[in-house]
Design a protein around this ligand. Sequence first.
Ligand SMILES: [Zn+2]
Length: 460
Amino acid sequence: MQNPATKQLEPVFDYISRHENRFLERLKTYLSMPSISAYGEGIAETAAYLADWLRELGMEAGLRETSGWPVVIGRRMDAPGKPTVLLYGHYDVQPPDPLEAWISPPFSPTVRNGRLYARGAGDNKGQHAAQLFALESLLAVHGRLPINVIFLLEGEEEVGSPNMPEVVDRYRRELDADLVIISDGPVDISGQSQLQFGVRGLITIELRARGANQDLHSGNWGGVVPNPIWTLVHLLSSMKNKEGEITIDGFYDDVEQPTDLEREALTALPIDIDQVMRKLELAELDAPGGRPFFDRLAFWPTFTINGIQGGYNGPGSKTVLPHEAVVKCDMRLVHNQSGADIFSKVEAHVRKHAPDVECIWLGGMDPSKTPLDSPFTAPIFRAITLAQGAEPQMVPAMGGSLPNYLFTKTLGLPTFVVPYANADEDNHAPNENIEVARIFMGIRTGASMLVHLAEMESVP
Ligand SMILES: [Zn+2]
């Protein structure tokens, strides 16, 4: 016997397959509009186009001002007593340079070998367009949406979402939902779908040491004038030891170990470490050894030196005693650390060990995590499995960083990432693409998630 969700979805899936060509053409139109947040090209037109699109779907929709580019918000409340989902995406894209590396121009969407090529195809227009087509399909077949839907489409994700804290605060009332679903990023490299529950946080820091007021001759002044590169080397080595432990006071205080469920999910994730090491020509993984691969990415913070500058690094030699040295670092943070707290611990460490070194905050975002046993997990899991014919991997946290803490921490909402794009989508690079079949799979998945969420007995 068919369950009610399957019964509701069958005609919707049928509608989706009958309209594939039209969906593809509409997406091409959308992708042909540049919307480059880095310098504002096409932002206003694209935002207005999206607001119209949301209104076509019967949503109350419009542009909302921010201190930067506008966000587009749309709401459709068809189902009192049912959950309200906030679907977040971003309509801005990365600059397309270098143009000569594109086989077809970045804003002339072209299908080749089963893939749609255009800037934004995967990141993120193709993915949130799939959600919009899912709404269209549900409305065409059933006349109403099974749950309440809020769309939030940002125009500054590709420049680091500088105004999203303001957006969630200023428009909090309009964004009042029960959960957030984000379709962005790629699926696993094997092609298997993923359901992601968290991301690491990130802070970026610059440490700046000064010696004399000018570069000097290392013979005439060496041994007399202190060397700022050595100052940084000593400072850095006081911050992390050879065993791989970060030795800043209190750094690990808020780090939480995985729950049993998370442990189980991490263990189930496929990885061939030998193959990774061969591919990267590595003799060993970073210290400390012995940690499982995905634990390293999901449950341990890092301290990465991104680069050191100072003195002379050109061809041959130059016996210079440099007057200044700069190191840029980032730290990936895990649940329950906070960027502000960790930065203050770094500052305290620098004050103690090298008080003359300047410690500069460059930016950051907090980590985010939704528990695997959230009541929304099961319906979303079933929805993906039904729409795609295979179970998704459960990923407790990704190694990278997204501003999802705004949803989980600021708005207090469980947040799920369900990517639709292929692993080789080449976003941020020339020849960005999405497999055409993944667009349609995304539409089916979007519809399936709404129908399965509607089946929940009560809204948690
Ligand atoms: Zn991107």
